[in-house]
Design a protein around this ligand. Structure first.
Ligand SMILES: Cc1cc2nc3c(=O)[nH]c(=O)nc-3n(C[C@H](O)[C@H](O)[C@H](O)COP(=O)(O)O)c2cc1C
Length: 341
């Protein structure tokens, strides 16, 4: 993957001009009552539980921290190779490797308490009860501000993936919402592999989700042409990085205009964000928060560069507050259509 251009392009003001301005626009956003000093956060699974990244970047500069998916049981994950680089991103099949609920509560929560920024715990499971127990227990910890549900997991009882089946997803969201502490926000992370992504967004909102995050990785396959075998040990994996960015921007736009905007449900957009220009596209399409995942493998300070660039972009536009540009994309004729309905 190429090293990103993380500074504003020549069409933006020079850093000297921008930084000499005393009028810095506000990047603060409100995610369903959760206040963030800027819209950036980690993409789940790409920054562990934070301590892994402490030596590389000042995590307190991010708007929020999102943990690796936590499951009820300890999971060693899939055998190697679990990650391969592709031309415009990477394919991973980590297999939800994580320390499990008990170790998360006892060993990882104290580390997260030191960060001093909003914490979003990502939860995964293979049954309704798994999700309810794990999310419920984690939400009792006062350091946790929100639970993000990774619904790209098959249900053990019927094999259906929660995130691709709207009625099942609605039921899951309702049950988890009832199980978590009322002060804790609920986020549903949508899978782009659903036959109808918009229908899963609607089901999440109907189920009571406070926010939507999108997107998780796309099903993908990379082949070693000499061995005639998959490059990932498990076979298939999930594609992330710049290759999926225009698709992720598209889904942000569709979900914002057709479900989230009218329901007043904020979107956390992610998928291939590497530069401030990428981030600005998501904001214009309707995202209030911004997840950065794969780009952290190239430069752990990517979210910090993105904030610098967004500040200069807003100055160029003459806008004082990032909230004033969220969802302000002008589409031809401004009559949004949704090919999935
Ligand atoms: C190595 C790796 C591990 C990931 N693990 C998780 C995970 O545990 N839970 C989850 O919800 N998403 C996981 N994701 C998906 C990311 O959080 C993100 O949704 C996706 O990669 C798109 O964003 P990006 O292109 O900025 O990486 C993972 C992605 C990568 C690359």
């Amino acid at each position: 993957m190429n090293t990103p251009t993380t500074q504003p392009s020549e069409s933006s003001p020079s850093s000297e001009t921008a930084l000499s301005s005393s009028n810095f626009p506000s990047l603060a956003v409100n995610l369903a009552g959760l206040q963030l000093k800027n819209p950036t956060m980690t993409g789940s699974g790409t920054c562990g539980y934070a301590n892994e990244y402490e030596d590389f970047v000042d995590i307190s500069k991010l708007g929020a921290f999102v943990t690796k998916s936590i499951t009820h049981e300890v999971r060693p994950g899939n055998p190697a190779h679990r990650i391969v680089e592709t031309r415009a991103g990477m394919i991973n099949a980590i297999g939800l490797a994580n320390v499990g609920l008990d170790a998360f509560l006892h060993d990882k929560i104290p580390l997260l308490e030191k960060l001093g920024l909003p914490i979003i715990a990502n939860v995964a499971g293979h049954s309704m009860d798994d999700y309810i127990t794990t999310a419920g227990e984690i939400s009792k910890k006062t350091i946790i501000d929100a639970i993000e549900l990774n619904v790209s997991c098959p249900n053990v009882s019927d094999g259906l993936t929660f995130g691709t089946n709207p009625p099942l997803l609605r039921e899951l969201v309702q049950n988890v919402k009832n199980a978590i502490a009322p002060r804790v926000k609920l986020i549903v992370k949508l899978s782009p592999n659903a036959p109808d992504v918009l229908a899963t967004a609607v089901a999440s909102i109907e189920g009571g989700s406070d926010m939507i995050s999108l997107i998780n990785t796309y099903n993908a396959l990379a082949i070693d042409v000499f061995k005639r075998k998959p490059r990932i040990a498990r076979g298939t994996g999930g594609l992330s990085g710049p290759a999926i960015r225009p698709l992720a921007v598209y889904w942000t736009h569709i979900v914002y205009r057709n479900a989230a905007r009218d329901a007043n449900v904020p979107i956390i957009g992610m998928g291939g964000i590497q530069t401030w220009q990428d981030a600005a596209e998501f904001i214009l399409a309707g995202a209030t928060g911004l997840g950065v995942g794969t780009a952290l493998f190239v430069d752990p300070a990517t979210p910090v560069h993105i904030c610098d660039g967004l500040t200069r972009w807003l100055q160029t536009l003459g806008v004082n507050n990032i909230n004033d540009v969220i969802g302000t994309l002008e589409m031809p004729g401004d009559t949004p259509t949704c090919p999935t309905t």
